[in-house]
Design a protein around this ligand. Structure first.
Ligand code: GCV
Length: 724
């Protein structure tokens, strides 16, 4: 080859490489960075000399494609796949039914424990050679096994003696998108909705495929596409054919589609005069609609329903109950194997009792009355995705009902996508909480995994934080919350530190110094946000509507429970919501062992103090500070923790690219500014009641309370813009 031609080809290759690269952050945790450790690279190269990959359907092809992508990137070589098994194979990837009996013998594994989704990855000595086997009962197990294998390599684990078997502990591992049909996203902070309804069904955006890959890599197997504040149009043929196209993309990745069903759909799109669940015409309409949906999407998952909540229609409009509504839909879905996921996020302006008690009051009497294909989806706490809430008492009180956990991955009350907050810390706290419903050790995780009450149908949902932003989630670290949610939905007993470790290695760097520092930053980030927003059990003191920033002074909204003053109840005497027997008695909804602990301020964990108690400003905290001083110091601590996060991030600059460093640095600066805003606005406001000076160590606010009260945010994301 001539020199000129060689130079030309070299440049073409560079150009191809440049263009083949995804935008920063787009690859999520599937970047498959090159193996730089020489010994490990050699080991992997030897391992992947010849791969037998069972031929098969589109799911196995998807798995094989992923393995190709991963190996090409990590080992800088194209893998050598064989479609016929031969004695040279160093890797065998096949279902159990496709493995020769001699290999099965070597594996010596009880496949019953794997179920459909589980997998085994094991290196065995076979005919005097090492063979790495990835196997499972079903295709989906192979897909998860391949992602498991790639994950091990991203964690730089040696495969020489690997023996790993894993299976999910929860059946439905689901993302709930709150995407509107106009592509705005309720409480979305990462751009617009991914679903391009105009171009579907013909145009399949590569993003749909990459979204499915990312979900499958962490075991997510269900998604509801649209907002729970639902639009009935999604159930019409014009949209169903688009949903069908998405279902086709997601199917090879083991993901089922659910749709949000607006309870009044029979009226809005069916031409009926009522949506009464006991009306025969209404029942027939839903039966027909369900059949129509299954004609489009044979593996349709079912409906997710928000009914009689925040203005949404529901069975109570007709004097019927949640059971009547849910069971009516369940009967329509039953013949096709579909489920109803009925949300328990209900509270009413006509109920004057403590909002925190209302869902329990409405739902617990229905325990055991729902049909078998109904799951009741319950938010992690009794109010609404606050930075910290005690676990929802329903988790300890409905043993005969499959309760599905609803976490919020999108950061509605946690600084949007501008604050670095590692949510698996919050998820873990809730899942590890003890309900005591069957004595000590009856954790929420056991309720959700179904082991406490022997449930066959189990689920965990996360409200998605995904949008059209190049990096999917707005903040690069918000990707860790999507990742962590998926990992905990797969295994609710996992700990947040393990997840942080995995995510950092797969996303940023293998450097141990970087990992240690960033892991500790992530693990303290959740406590930091609690401290600078809602310390000591304060909650729902956010500004109205958009929930951007503090609004503890808001008191004039039409519904009492929409006003922050309802929640903090600050006055000259003190602060906090008395939920003990002398107050709203919400503690009675917990097991007696817990109620006893919560009822006494001396035994109540201080992180829930003002959630359960109204206490005087000079009440003595465990550390000897008065409540006023302690509260102020907590706000300051939150700000200081953000400052430390900035130092940690800056010190880690050398391990990542300048772009990676800079984007998070800019976001951390916003976080710091907003943490100070929270501290100053809240303390100035609460000071009008405590009438005490700020303690030493707390920075003096530089602006007045009037200034903070005057702020307006027409640009706040997450709700439809309100410019007027
Ligand atoms: C989808 C909170 C949010 C609403 C959300 C609601 C829910 O109230 O602010 O935006 O509506 O929860 O979970 O249904």
């Amino acid at each position: 080859m001539s020199r000129t031609k060689a130079i030309f080809l070299f440049f073409m290759l560079q150009i191809t490489l440049v263009f083949a690269q995804s935008p920063p952050g787009y690859d999520l945790w599937l970047g498959y960075s090159e193996i730089e450790e020489p010994a490990l690279l050699k080991e992997y190269q030897n391992t992947f000399k010849s791969i037998y990959f069972q031929n098969g359907n589109e799911m196995l092809h998807a798995a094989e494609r992923e393995l190709t992508t991963g190996i090409k990137k990590m080992l800088r070589k194209l893998p050598d796949f064989e479609k016929l098994r031969n004695s040279e194979n160093t890797v065998v990837i096949a279902k159990k039914s496709n493995l020769e009996s001699s290999l099965l013998k070597r594996l010596a594994f009880d496949f019953d424990q794997l179920g459909a989704d589980g997998f085994v990855i094991k290196t065995v000595l076979f005919e005097r050679k090492q063979v790495l086997i990835v196997t499972a009962n079903e295709d989906i197990g192979i897909l998860y096994g391949v992602f498991g294998l790639l994950n091990l390599m991203q964690q730089r684990e040696s495969l020489k003696h690997i023996m790993l078997s894993d299976a999910p502990k929860v059946n439905i591992r689901m993302l709930n998108h709150w995407d509107n049909l106009d592509r705005t996203v309720e409480r979305g902070y990462a751009g617009f909705s991914l679903w391009n309804w105009q171009k579907l069904p013909e145009y399949i955006d590569q993003r749909y495929i990459d979204y499915a890959r990312a979900n499958a890599s962490i075991g997510i197997n269900a998604v509801s596409l649209t907002n729970v504040n639902a639009n009935a149009l999604i159930l019409t043929p014009a949209y169903l054919e688009k949903v069908q196209a998405l279902a086709k993309v997601f199917r090879p990745y083991g993901i089922k589609i659910y749709l949000t069903a607006r309870f009044s759909a029979p009226i809005e799109i069916g031409g009926l005069e009522t949506a009464d669940p006991l009306d025969l015409n209404v029942q027939n309409w839903w039966h027909g609609k369900v059949k129509e949906i299954y004609d489009y999407i044979p593996d349709f998952g079912g409906f997710l329903v928000k009914a009689n909540s925040e203005g949404q229609p529901g069975p109570q409009n007709y004097g019927r109950s949640h059971v009547d509504g849910a069971n009516m839909m369940a009967m329509a879905l039953e013949p096709f194997g579909g489920n109803v996921i009925w949300r328990a996020f209900v509270y009413s302006e006509h109920d004057t009792s403590d909002r925190a008690k209302q869902a329990y009051t409405q739902f617990v009497p229905f325990d055991g009355k729902f049909r078998d294909n109904v799951l009741v989806q319950t938010k992690n706490g009794a109010i609404d995705f606050q930075p910290r809430e005690p676990f929802h008492p329903m988790f300890g009180a409905m043993p005969k009902t499959p309760l599905m956990m609803e976490f919020q991955i999108t950061q509605e009350y946690l600084g949007f996508s501008t604050h670095l907050v590692f949510l698996p810390k919050l998820f873990e706290e809730v899942l590890h909480s003890d309900t005591y419903s069957k004595g000590k050790g009856s954790t929420v995780a056991k309720v959700i995994a179904g082991s406490l009450n022997q449930k066959k149908l189990t689920g965990m949902a996360g409200v998605a934080n995904i949008g059209t932003d190049l990096n999917w989630t707005g903040h690069p670290f918000a990707q860790a919350n999507w990742y962590g949610f998926g990992r905990m939905a797969w295994d609710p007993y996992l700990d947040s530190e393990t997840i942080a470790n995995e995510w950092i290695k797969a996303t940023y760097s293998q450097n141990p110094n970087f990992i240690t520092a960033i892991k500790s930053m992530m693990l303290t980030s959740r406590e930091a946000v609690v401290n600078y927003m809602n310390p000591l059990g304060l909650h729902h003191i956010f500004d109205t509507g958009h929930h951007y920033g503090p609004g503890p002074w808001v008191s004039e909204l039409s519904r009492p429970e929409w006003n922050p003053v309802y929640y903090h109840k600050a006055d000259e005497k003190g602060i906090g919501f008395n939920r003990t027997p002398s107050g709203s008695d919400a503690t009675a909804q917990y097991a007696p062992e817990l109620a006893k602990i919560f009822n006494d301020p001396k035994t109540c964990p201080e992180e829930y103090l003002l959630w359960f108690h109204h206490l005087p400003w000079d009440y003595k905290l465990k550390n000897g500070h008065t409540l006023w001083d302690g509260l102020a110091l907590k706000y300051q601590q939150g700000v200081d923790q953000v400052k430390t996060m900035i130092v940690t991030w800056d010190d880690s600059k050398q391990y990542i690219t300048p772009e990676q460093h800079n984007e998070v640095r800019m976001l951390l600066q916003i976080q710091l500014r907003e943490a100070k805003w929270w501290r100053d606005a809240c303390l100035l406001y609460f000071q009008t009641f405590s009438k005490q000076a700020l303690p030493e160590g707390v920075n003096k606010p530089t602006k007045t309370l009037a200034y903070y009260k005057s702020l307006k945010f027409p640009f706040a994301p997450g709700i439809r813009p309100q410019w007027h």
